[in-house]
Each structure stands twice: as C-alpha cells, then as structure tokens.
Design a protein around this ligand. Structure first.
Ligand SMILES: *[C@@H]1O[C@H](CO)[C@@H](O)[C@H](O)[C@H]1NC(C)=O
Ligand SMILES: *[C@@H]1O[C@H](CO)[C@@H](O)[C@H](O)[C@H]1NC(C)=O
Ligand SMILES: *[C@@H]1O[C@H](CO)[C@@H](O)[C@H](O)[C@H]1NC(C)=O
Length: 975
C-alpha cells in the first residue's frame, strides 16, 4: 500500500500518472483497432438516443426509419429524430456532437483525476466500492437533470460510464460466459453476490507469455466474480489473486504472474477485448435507459443534447434608465417565441439573468416559453441610476448556466462595477466557447467625454468603459453593438439572426487598432443566407468584391452584392451569393478599431476541443482546460458535422489581429474526427480555422472548397495553472479543498529556475464561500513551481443538482500574462433512498374477446398499488412505458403510514400489454407490467394484513399485504 506521504506526493504529480492508463483507452486506440471509452460511449449514446426517438415516434404515430445498429452516426440519428425536415434539409448536429464530446471527455478524465482510485476502475475486487461510485454518480446525473442542469448532468454521466465500462474489462464477467450486462451494478438495492472472497485464490501463473487460461477452473465453475489487482508502485497483492496485467502493473510480476484485463487487443486477455467492449456498450445503454425512465424521454433527449436549436439567453440591466431597453428585449423575445413556437427553430431553452446594483440574478432557466415570458414581464427598471452595475456577475451566471457554444446577449447602458471579473469571464468564455454580444445603448462619444469630464455622471458609459465590453465580445467572437436607445429596435435583428437554423461562422476578424485591410473568404455551395456584420466608427467605408469581379461599395445600400442596413456602429450586409461561390473579398478602410464577421447557414460545421497529451507507453489525451502554453505544442480534436463526404484539408490557428497562421498536422481518428497537432505555437491570440473539400455539394455550385472558423479566441500563456479536486461532487454544507500548482514555462516546458510572484484569484459563479491565497510566490530552489490550496464551501441550503464553476487564475506581477484552471462541481446530497418504488398488482379485469378482430369494442383494466415505502423519498411520477391506454392515479394512506399510489390503467383490448414505471424523488425507478389476455387472481393477495380503501375502483375494498411493501422485486402476476 502506498503510504500517506506517497499519496500526497501522488496528488501533485497526478497528471503524469495518467501515463499509466489502465482501462479501455480513453479517446484514441493505440493500434487503431481496439475499442476506446469514446467508441463505447458514442455507440451507446447513439443507439439509446435512436431508440428513444423511435419509441416517441411510435407513440405519436410518426414514421421512424432508421436501423439501430453500430453503424449509426450523429448525423443519421439526429436526422431520423428530427420531426420535420428531409434527408437534405439544413441540420446542425453541433450541439449533439458537443454534448457527446463532453460526455466522453469527462469519461476520459476519470483516468487522470482518479488514476489511483481502485473503486473508479473496479480494480482490486472493489465491487462494492465501484458500485457505490456508480450509485452516487447516477443519483448526481438525475439530480442535475431535475434542475435542468444538463451540462453538469453530462459531466456526471460521462464519469459514471467510465467506471461501469471498466468493469467489463477488469473483472472476469466476460470469462464467466455472461452474455448480458451485470445489472446489479446499477441496481443498488440488489445484493452483490458470488464475489470471490479475499482468501479465495483466483488466478494461476500465465505460461509462456500467454494468459488465456490463468483464471482458476474452480472459480469459473463456481461462477465467482473477481477483478485484477493493479499497482504501479508495489507488487503486493493478496495470495493467489489475479492482476490487471501490463507493463505498468507491478502486481502482475508477482505470483500468479500475468493479468486478466481486456483493455485493448494487446492486453493479457486481449482476445476477449471485443466481447468486453460490446458488453460495455450494452451496459452503458442499460444505464442510459435507467436515466431515461427516471427523467422522461424529453429530458433524456435534452441531456443527450439532441437539439437542433440554440438557447435564447438574455442578461439584462434593470436599473432606472433601462426601461426602453427592457421593453425592447421583451418585444424581440416575444416575437421570437411567438413566431417559432412549435417549430424546429423554437429555442431549446430560455435563460434570463437580471442585474443591477447591489444585486444580480437569479437565473431563470427553462424550456417553457411561458415561464420565460412571465419572468421577463416581471422585470422592471428601478433604482440604481448613479452607480455602475454588476454586469459581469450576471454574465458569469449566464455563461455557466447556458450550454456550451451558446450566444448570450447583454443589454446595458452602464459601465460594469465588477470589472475585476474580466479575466474570470474571459476564462469562462474560453472554456464554454459561448459567444457574448453586447447591446450597449447611449455610449458617450469620446469627444463629449473629453470636453465634459466633470459633468458626466458615473452612470454614463464612456468609450473607455465600453472597451471592457468590446474586449469580452472580441474574446468570444461576439460583437459590441452601440446604438441610441431609440435605435435599439433596429439592432436586435442580430438576435433573430443568431437563432436561425444551423448558423456557421465563415470568417471573422478584428482590427484594433484599426487600419485599412483586405480580407478574403471562401463561399461554398452549402451556404444559405450569407450575412456580414461590420462594426466600427461611422467614418468606416468598405468595398465588397465577388469571385466574378462584381463589386459594391459601402455607399450603395442596395447593390448587386448586398443590401446594407446601418444602425449605430453596426452595418449588416445581407449578401446575395447566387451562383457566386468561390473567393470573396472585402476591403475595409478605417483607422479606428473595427470588426468583420461573416455568418451563414449550413449543415457543414465543426467543433473543436483543446487536448492535453500524456506521454507513456499508451500515450493518450485528455481535455485541456486553460490556455495552451506559449511556444509549446497544442493538440486539438476536431469533429466535422453535416456531411460524411467532407475532406478536411487544413486546420490552422489563425491570428485574427495579425499575419500569423500556424498550420496543424492532421490525423484522422475516424467518423469525421481528427487529431490536430501544432508545434511551437507562438504567443498570441488565435482562432481555429478549418478548410476542406465537400464531396457532397451538388447542383448548387461547382466549387467544393469551404472554410469555417471558430468564434472563441485561444490565447496562449507562459504561466501553467493546474488544479485537481479529489471529487467533483460536493455535499451541501461541506467544503472541498482544491490544491493547485502554478509554474512559469518557456517553450511549453516548466522553467525550473524561474522565480516570481503571481496574483491568485478564485471566483465561483454561485457566490459560495471560498478561500484562496491572494498571491503565490515561486522562490529560487522551488523548481519553478508553487503550490496553493483553494477551498469552496457549498451552503447547507444548496439544492441537490446545483452546479458550481470555480476558476482559479494566476496573473504575473507585470499583469501582462494570465492563465487559469476551470473546475466544475455538482452539489449532490448523499442519497440514502436507494430502493426503488415497489409495485403490487391488484387486479386485472378482462373482458377481452378471444378474437382479435373484435378487440376495438372492448376495454380492459389493470390496477396496481405502488409505494416507495416508509423510508423512501416518495413516488414523484408514474408513467406508461408500454401501452396506449389511459392512466389514473390516486393516493391513499397505506399500512404503517406509507403513501400508496393506486394506478388504474384502462386500455382497448387491441393493446393488451402495459408497463408502468414509478419514479421516486431521487430517481429510483420501479416498474410493473400487466397483460390483458389471461387473468388470474393474484395469490399474493391472500396475505392480507392491512386494508386500504381506495376511491377509484368503483367501491371495492382492496387489501394489500403489509409485508409486501418492502419487497424489492417487481411482481409479475401473469405468465
Ligand atoms: C487492424 O485491423 C485490420 C483489419 O482487420 C488489419 O489489417 C490490421 O493489421 C490491424 N492492425 C493492427 C495494428 O492490429
Ligand atoms: C509462477 O511464476 C513465478 C515467476 O516466474 C514463479 O516464481 C512461481 O514459482 C510460479 N508459480 C507456480 C505455482 O508455478
Ligand atoms: C447487446 O445488445 C444487442 C441488442 O439488444 C444484442 O443484439 C447484442 O447481442 C448484445 N451484445 C452483447 C455482447 O451482449
């Protein structure tokens, strides 16, 4: 066993421990043929999502045409799930892809964050511990979904799937001949049986380097479950026990030598790797099904990110002078809601965050348009008036509440009082890739400010104040739109534009300081409704030239290439691209700062994530949060959406303010995914730009080249900040400590002779109590690194499922460089109710005719009593899983005071099966099934100890056995 001292040391070097990955490979297969956690998760998510869509289509009487097998892709599934549209219509799978990526990145992270925790990997026969991890994780997923906190739900889901999947690689479940998943792992109320005890030997030596028959025959005969021991420091293991195996596992060199892992094809039991991976897929689907039943089909699809539309997210200043702005925000959002309700473009959720001074929040986050309308109706402009407002605090809440890559609109006419949050907001923008656009009203012109400095009230926003908003807009790829209050109505068309279907960014650039410049961008045949936005001073002029040489100047409001509207500092160009694919040029003439952004609609787009490489025998990657290191290497994973025929030809880090463009080297990792590596990324600010050829583009054009650009800027830093918490869930009322490390790097490598002082800031979006050193010093002899600890305390009153984002920033003494770590936690109350609701069938009356042709004229009824027992959290919902009849429920007092829900289901005799699911308040699912055809009186009803009157069954008194309430088995009374 590692000593305590060693463990402390290990925490500090935890990143390098992931070099010893000992599970299915997290993201990429070393041999190209093994199945990774990413593959397993993707297959399970696609199949389960397709099943849910199929079932929903069936219940709504819609067609569903898709074969559900392992050849599914995100595009195929989303198209099949789409209730409108055709196989060729515009469709964006960006949100779905992003959500799935978030799940597999948090899955992969378990190998970094919990590298040495045996229970997270079912090593060392820790079956109870492993199942506890799963039970707690599944409860956290359900709690998050209940609060519509899908981002946190996906993170928890990814993690819990890692542990579940590892079971099939690390245990002998496959070797025992099992053909289906071990359901007990997701059923905490079932006993774990047939475990090989600590003193039971399980393995013998592998012989001749082959481990095919190293499990003891006795063990297999008795059907006993075991798993391999694993340790990278010590060879110690209990006598006769199996090891995990592999070069890093020291226990596998001790008698009995060898291992049983099925992590990849080269593992000790590598020949069983495909079987283990297939079972892990089915087990993951089973877990997803449990979550699906607990949260309902609609919320399950939201959790999977199967949404075509974006969220509508407003952050609104509600101080006195804002009444016109609030009225406009109300008008535009109501117009959007009313015109899109019931269509595919209806926003998938609505988020509203008010702010003023001293307050901000709360966040309203809802899928219900009427709830949003209600909240925005309740906003009224009052108070404030002479002080700056808490704009960034409000924005921080919106950024962490919204799904990644959302567009957020901020309405204000005041400077931010909380400008100290700028770097925190920038960090969260970089981490969420959300776009922030500011609608700034009545910004003072710089000339007036200079003349009347004393008379300008602090409420008024100066050019300098507005620069903060411009910087944040720029970091995110959004815009800072400055208009008069009376013109705001004309500017809000950008909000409607952003909510169009499948919006992509084709090109974007910022010039600050401004200078005349020419820009080119490629227009491809898949693009529809090309729109350009140019912000800048009123003196700015430009010329637009199409590939065929037609041109138009900014003075022509309606010309051959574009219709131009101008409001405030914004020019919106609606481009006419008919048959004009190819290279377009825009030349801008301005000495003041300006920005150019070209967007369009297309199914073809991409998502990217920064990765961190791990060295070692099975070098793999994990998601990198924080800025890449100046002069170092950077890796990205790119996923192309919208076409199976896209060929990516070039991925660059493009410096949008200068001439630098760093080329990445591309490696395909299957299904439209690419690993891109950049070496020696210079200091600077970049965006990811992708170019490719689309083989599927058809009649619309001959040109097949296309380009897309990401919105978010990637800044590099010479400071490295790493932080790792021991847990990602916090119980209400408890405190978590987060150790972090700061170092200075040169060309991406820690400079071990560097010294210096760094300002440290720790901020969280929930205003939870947090402690942090205000600075940290690397002294000479410290090896170039300094360590500190941040604590975060969740209040006892925090609702289970609340997520909280903590950023830890370190800034150098000159305040010229900053880097950060972003950590996300879920507040999850300890789940004590692990038993599922129990179903007891009471009766099934059937007058169904034996001839099925007569079925439509007859009805049958099924009655069941459901309870969560005395100690349960109580039944929250009962739904019909199978059957198209009607369900009525009533609640009565049962034996011993437990609430009993009487479910009465009636259906036509043409539908003779029913399955009901009862979900308790923490998401445990109990099911009961019934069938019309053969009726039998339940024999269990003879054990009558308590009588319950019900009102819904026509006056008979039903009697239920008291002792049955604690039964955990779902009774099936018909065979
Ligand atoms: C991967 O599988 C392919 C096709 O089965 C085979 O040709 C190739 O040799 C395999 N590669 C490795 C490294 O095992
Ligand atoms: C198993 O292998 C080890 C190492 O080669 C050897 O020392 C030991 O004697 C072997 N045990 C048996 C039972 O053969
Ligand atoms: C997984 O489930 C599918 C569909 O239910 C089934 O066809 C397949 O045989 C299962 N695979 C394993 C390894 O159990």
């Amino acid at each position: 066993m590692a000593s305590r001292h060693t463990v402390v040391f290990l925490v500090a070097v935890v990143i390098s421990l992931s070099d010893f990955i000992h599970s299915f490979q997290p993201l990429f297969s070393p041999d190209g043929n093994s199945t990774t956690h990413r593959d397993i998760s993707l297959r399970a998510v696609l199949r389960k999502t397709a099943e849910v869509c199929r079932d929903m289509a069936a219940s709504e009487g819609r067609d569903f045409r898709l074969t559900i097998d392992d050849s599914l892709s995100t595009d195929k599934v989303q198209r099949a799930c789409s209730t409108t549209g055709t196989s060729t219509s515009l469709l964006s799978t960006v949100l779905f892809q992003t959500s799935i990526a978030n799940m597999y990145f948090s899955n992969a992270k378990v190998d970094v964050a919990f590298a040495l925790s045996e229970k997270h990997h079912f090593d060392d026969e820790t079956f109870q511990g492993g199942r506890d991890v799963i039970t707690a994780g599944v409860a956290a997923v359900k709690a998050s979904v209940k609060l519509e906190s899908f981002v946190a739900g996906r993170r928890n889901l990814g993690q819990v799937c890692h542990t579940l999947q590892d079971f099939y690689s690390h245990s002998n479940w496959v070797e025992l001949g099992n053909k289906s998943p071990y359901s007990t792992l997701i059923s905490p109320d079932q006993p774990l049986e047939n475990l090989a005890g600590l003193s039971v030997p399980t393995c013998r030596n592998c012989t001749g380097g082959k481990c095919e028959n190293n499990l003891l025959p006795d063990l297999l005969q008795q059907g006993l479950l075991t798993s391999g021991y694993f340790n990278i420091f010590s060879a110690a293991k209990p006598a006769g026990k199996c090891s995990h195996g592999g070069s890093f596992d020291r226990t596998s060199r001790k008698d009995p030598v060898g291992g049983i892992s099925k992590d990849d094809l080269e593992s000790s039991h590598g020949s069983l790797h495909p079987k283990a991976a297939d079972l892990a897929v089915n087990a993951t689907m089973e877990l997803l099904e449990d979550v699906r039943v607990a949260v309902g089909d609609k919320n399950f699809l939201r959790l999977m990110g199967l949404s075509q539309s974006s969220v509508l997210c407003f952050v609104i200043d509600t101080t006195g002078s804002m009444s016109d702005d609030i009225a406009e925000a109300k008008r535009v959002s109501f117009a959007i809601i009313d015109s899109k309700r019931g269509t595919q473009q209806e926003p998938s959720a609505y988020i509203l965050v008010p702010f003023n001074d001293p307050g901000f929040g709360p966040v309203t986050m809802t899928a219900n348009a009427d709830v949003f309308k209600d909240s925005i109706n309740k906003l009224s402009a009052s108070g404030g008036g002479d002080i700056p407002e808490l704009c960034l605090s409000g924005l921080q809440l919106a950024l962490t509440a919204a799904p990644p890559s959302s567009e957020i609109f901020v309405f204000t006419d005041a400077p931010a009082k909380d400008a100290h949050l700028k770097s925190t907001i920038t960090a969260i923008i970089e981490s969420t890739k959300s776009v922030v656009t500011f609608m700034l009203t009545d910004v003072l012109a710089s000339r007036r400010r200079r003349r009347n400095t004393q008379r300008v009230s602090p409420r008024k926003m100066t050019q300098l104040d507005a620069q903060l908003y411009r910087d944040l807009a720029r970091a995110s790829g959004g815009q800072a739109i400055e208009v008069t209050k009376s013109d705001l109505t004309l500017a809000t068309s950008v909000i409607e534009d952003s909510l169009a279907n499948a919006v992509v960014t084709v090109f974007q650039v910022v010039r600050n300081p401004g200078r005349p410049d020419n820009f080119t961008f490629i227009v491809d045949g898949s693009l529809m409704n090309l729109t350009a936005y140019i912000t800048g001073a009123s003196s700015l002029t430009f010329d637009l030239t199409s590939p065929t040489g037609v041109s138009q100047s900014s003075s022509q409001f309606s010309g051959p290439l574009a219709t131009i509207t101008t409001v405030g500092n914004l020019r919106r160009l609606s481009l006419n691209t008919d048959n004009q694919t190819g290279s377009w040029e825009i030349s801008v003439n301005s000495k003041n700062p300006y920005s150019v952004k070209v967007t369009s609609q297309s199914s073809v787009n991409f998502i990217y994530n920064l990765l961190e490489a791990h060295e070692g025998a099975h070098g793999d990657f994990s998601l990198k949060e924080g800025r890449p290191l100046s002069g170092g290497n950077a890796s990205l994973m790119i996923s192309v959406t919208g076409s199976d025929k896209v060929k990516v030809t070039e991925v660059t880090l493009f410096d949008s303010s200068g001439p630098t463009e760093v080329n990445g080297s591309l490696q395909s990792v299957g299904s439209g995914n690419f690993l891109v590596t950049f070496s020696g990324v210079p200091a600077g600010e970049f965006v990811v730009r992708m170019k490719g050829e689309d083989g599927s583009s058809t009649s619309r054009s001959t040109a097949t080249s296309f380009q897309r650009q990401a919105s978010t800027q990637i800044k590099t830093s010479s400071i490295s900040v790493t932080a790792q918490a021991s847990n990602t869930n916090i119980e209400p009322g408890s405190t978590i400590s987060v150790p972090f490390t700061v170092s200075t790097t040169t060309n991406g490598v820690v400079n071990d002779s560097a010294t210096g002082m760094f300002t440290v800031r720790a901020n969280n979006d929930r205003s939870y109590t947090s402690t942090s050193p205000s600075s940290i010093t690397i002294a000479s002899g410290d090896g170039g690194t300094a360590n500190g600890t941040v604590t975060l305390t969740a209040p006892a009153s925090a609702a289970s499922g609340t997520d909280v984002t903590l950023t830890i920033e370190a800034e150098n003494a000159a305040a010229t460089d900053i880097n950060y770590a972003v950590l996300r936690f879920s507040v999850v109350a300890k789940v004590t109710d692990i038993t599922r609701p129990v179903c007891q069938t009471v009766s099934s009356s059937s007058n169904c005719p034996s001839s099925s042709s007569l079925c439509a004229s007859s009805q049958w009824t099924f009655i069941a009593n459901l309870t969560d027992g005395i100690n349960g959290t109580g039944i929250e919902s009962i739904t019909i899983r199978k059957g198209n009849g009607t369900l009525n429920t009533s609640t009565v007092a049962g034996a011993g005071g437990a609430n009993v829900t009487v479910a009465t289901y009636s259906a036509s005799c043409c539908s003779q099966n029913v399955e009901l699911a009862a979900v308790d308040k923490v998401g445990n699912v109990g099911k009961c099934a019934g069938q019309a055809r053969k009726t039998t009186v339940a024999t269990t009803l003879t054990a009558i100890t308590a009588a319950v009157n019900t009102t819904s069954t026509g006056g008979h008194t039903l009697s239920i056995s008291h002792c049955l309430w604690i039964s955990v088995v779902v009774s099936l009374l018909w065979k």
